[in-house]
Design a protein around this ligand. Structure first.
Ligand SMILES: [Zn+2]
Length: 308
């Protein structure tokens, strides 16, 4: 008996050490996570964090704060503190670009400050059910009622406050089937949500209505609506412009074509990945959250006649 315990002790001991290390690293990441504000216009800011979680845009002024997306749950306190530095007024509206956890994670805390959460009706639908994000090996449980959008819209909704006309419109199917794009008409700033990842390969919500074809189509619809002076806020990555958005859609189009050509020749998923269909773009786009092989796999899964 004693022998047995002696044998398993090192295993249990190592497990305890591993778990302790994980929680230490997690705590360290949280302590180091910093929310930064970058000015887009006189009373408009993009808030990004050092962990690369979803970008937030904040409009301030006498009429109160309007914000877009609430990042991950664990950065909600720091996000609220940063907004408090930018404005002493309460948050009145939080517009959500889509249901993914790195864009809605702070919803509950933001709603508890008294803000109204607004999103496309499919965001509310997705937040009410469990999701299996297979590529990321993540199961996302239904969100509590307070975190779900209180107000939903089907096509578009416009907010008029702080001297700004904020047009929120639905485009679909794109990154998911509940995407909203937000255009600040006077400041000439557009917040794209995860239809646009700047400088890194995008995740695509293929199990919630999104597709690479949808993303390409939607970006081509948006490009004529903006000009050379428009500031383009991506879901992830730095503030950019129309030329960079054009370059991004060209990259998506080329990779989609490469993967599709290999699939038409009858190659399996492993063969498609091994053929490196993203190679020409990896130097610039392949160092982010999705490495080249994972992105090739995602595009293959998306283009398969039946989702794997
Ligand atoms: Zn997303």
């Amino acid at each position: 008996m004693l022998m047995k315990y002696r044998n398993i002790f090192p295993i249990v001991g190592s497990l305890v050490i591993v778990l302790a290390s994980i929680s230490f690293l997690y705590a360290q990441e949280q302590a180091e996570l910093k929310v930064n504000a970058e000015k887009l216009a006189e009373n408009l800011y993009m808030l990004w964090d050092s962990g690369g979680k979803g970008n937030t845009t904040v409009l301030t002024g006498d009429d109160g704060v309007l914000m877009i997306d609430t990042k991950v749950e664990t950065s909600a306190d720091k996000l609220l503190a940063k907004i408090g530095e930018l404005s002493k007024k309460p948050i009145r509206f939080a517009i959500i670009t889509h249901w993914h956890f790195d864009h809605v994670g702070g919803n509950e805390k933001v709603a508890k400050t008294g803000a109204t959460i607004i999103a496309h009706e499919n965001v509310r639908k997705h937040m009410g059910i469990e999701h299996d994000m297979k590529l990321l090996n993540a199961k996302v449980p239904p969100a509590p009622e307070i975190a779900r959008p209180l107000v939903t819209f089907a096509k578009e909704i416009t907010f008029h406050l702080n001297g700004e006309d904020v047009k929120v419109f639905h485009v679909a199917p794109g990154h998911t089937d509940g995407d909203a794009v937000i255009y600040f008409q006077n400041a000439n700033v557009i917040h794209m949500g995860d239809l646009y990842f700047q400088g890194l390969y995008p995740y695509i919500g293929i199990y919630s209505g999104g597709s690479i074809d949808g993303m390409i189509k939607v970006i081509h619809q948006i490009l004529p609506m903006i000009d050379e002076n428009t500031k383009v806020v991506p879901g992830h990555g730095p503030i950019s412009n129309k030329g960079q958005l054009q370059e991004y859609v060209s990259m998506l189009t080329a990779i989609r074509k490469n993967v599709s050509r290999l699939m038409q020749k009858g190659h399996t998923m492993e063969e498609v990945i091994a053929a490196k269909p993203t190679r020409a773009f990896d130097e610039k786009w392949g160092k982010g959250f999705l490495p080249p092989d994972q992105f090739a796999k995602l595009v293959y899964m998306d283009l398969s006649p039946k989702l794997p």
